[in-house]
Design a protein around this ligand. Sequence first.
Ligand code: DMJ
Length: 643
Amino acid sequence: MPAASLLPFSSPPGGAGLGGGGGGGLGGLVGRKLSSPGAFRLTEKFILLLVFSAFITLCFGAIFFLPDSSKLLSGVFFHHPPSDQRPGGGGEEEEAAAAVAVESREEAAGNLAKIREDHERALREAKETLQKQADEIQRDIRRDKEQVARDRRGGGEGVGLPDLPFRQPVGAVGQEPADPDVRQKREKIKEMMKYSWDNYKLYAWGLNELKPATKQGHSSNLFGHIQGATIVDALDTLFIMEMKDEFAEAKEWVEKNLDFNVNAEVSVFEVNIRFVGGLLSAYFLSGEEVFRKKAVELGEKLLSAFNTPTGIPWALLNIKSGIGRNWPWASGGSSILAEFGTLHLEFVHLSHLSGNPVFAEKVMNIRKVLNNLDKPQGLYPNYLNPSSGQWGQHHVSVGGLGDSFYEYLLKAWLMSDKTDEEGKKMYYDAIQAIETHLIRKSSGGLTYIAEWKGGLLEHKMGHLTCFAGGMFALGADGAPPDMASHLLELGAEIARTCHESYDRTSIKLGPEAFRFDGGVEAIATRQNEKYYILRPEVIETYMYMWRLTHDAKYREWGWEAVEALEKHCKLDGGYSGIRDVYASRPSHDDVQQSFYLAETLKYLYLLFSDDDLLPFEHWVFNTEAHPLPVQHKDSEIEEDKSK
Ligand code: DMJ
């Protein structure tokens, strides 16, 4: 999780927009009775725009049309009448006086030129400020107009969507595996899902997550006051496991209770990958319109995050006021690469589903900003300032703070049916630089991905980084010739290293980060890196490696993880993370993360399913394991011919 830090609640006051609240103010003055409050705001903004425009014109008039002030000033300020008007003209005295007068006039002219220059600069600055405000008002008016149009079509945000005939993509459901042993293991994983769901339902229904030890709800501040993270994150897992009753109750909760009209400061990244991603997948799998409507509604709320000088979005956004900011700990007010770089897949689909190109435009602009920047050694630092458009600290990571940026470049290309050449180039260029500067082999023969801090390597690999094994393997087919031959092998090596990090613990589940220095390999040495919070990345890589190689060891390793989860993480009230994976009697952190249902259990289920369930030619997984359909060139969404 790239942005794992705590988010303090400091919700800014609600938007005090122009004319908001009733028919007072300018809206009242013009005395028109309009049907919606949005229309009052619009009128007021038009008037303000007129006032600003008039003022700007006046300012310019002041420069160009007022009489030349230097002429006026020469007489008024310095009192030097021309020589022929002075008494007793002539003689040396007079010449000296004349010389002084000439000098004074020159000095005066100089002063006047300076005054004029200052005067013009001040007016120019005032004009620019006013112009900026006028632009903002114009943007606001445009937004309000769109909202009024939506309201007229009936309802609130996200409604009035274009008619889109639903065609279920290939592979939304799969066949039963033929092998009884595999079938049984898959059934066991489905039981684990049912256990997680039932306990969540019993103790934390409608809240974000479950505390399985104390049997109560857990609210993460990543979602502000948005509720139901586990429900939305679990929807598609319930669907593909054919847990129909549970899917129906989840859908009903979304219809009746999922509410984005809350005064909530949220993590744009987390809300996008879990809520937007979860709703999109639920729509593409089931065709239920409520999911499309909710996804677009939430996407529209997130758009305000892009209101920065560069269009690189804020990390945090109050979805009521539209005010954004960055994590206080992020280098010099920077946005985070893995956060702003992990919106692309969802936003491209949002444009398609809403008929509104704005979503895709926003994420394409992110690419533009990145492409215009110099990359140190071809690497992307984790921090980018959204105001200056400059990198913050030169820290590079394929784990936390960087990870899913790379994942989304590759998957954007795959999701576009391999037409997004820009995404492809950015991905393979980045991977080449990562191979050169970050990937190393330990003396014990384990390949790992180190972190880069201003040119120095830290020989540590995070659990989060383990997803990269699957990513390298997925991108092997289609890579430039000099990389294609070894990317699959690199994926296999990373899978092996990450398996070692699990195998070298007492509970056979791996730590948050492990090191390759101080005489150890693939072992956590710091107490604060020894925890396991039900993360999916290692199992994710097993799943990709299984699909791409059918090497039996990946299923064996996946099954080891199932047994460890059952033995050490299962409590009476659900599944919990572990504080120290090396302790002989592990203690529990008392959180059943929503990504356990969205990712860990889904990837395990897919590992023991046939390849016809969510096949890679038709689906890509967002970074929270929510499947999104490939946008095929020939037909927009391929029909499942078997239906
Ligand atoms: C998930 O929310 C996503 O996988 C994200 O990309 C990073 N980490 C967590 C799970 O570990």
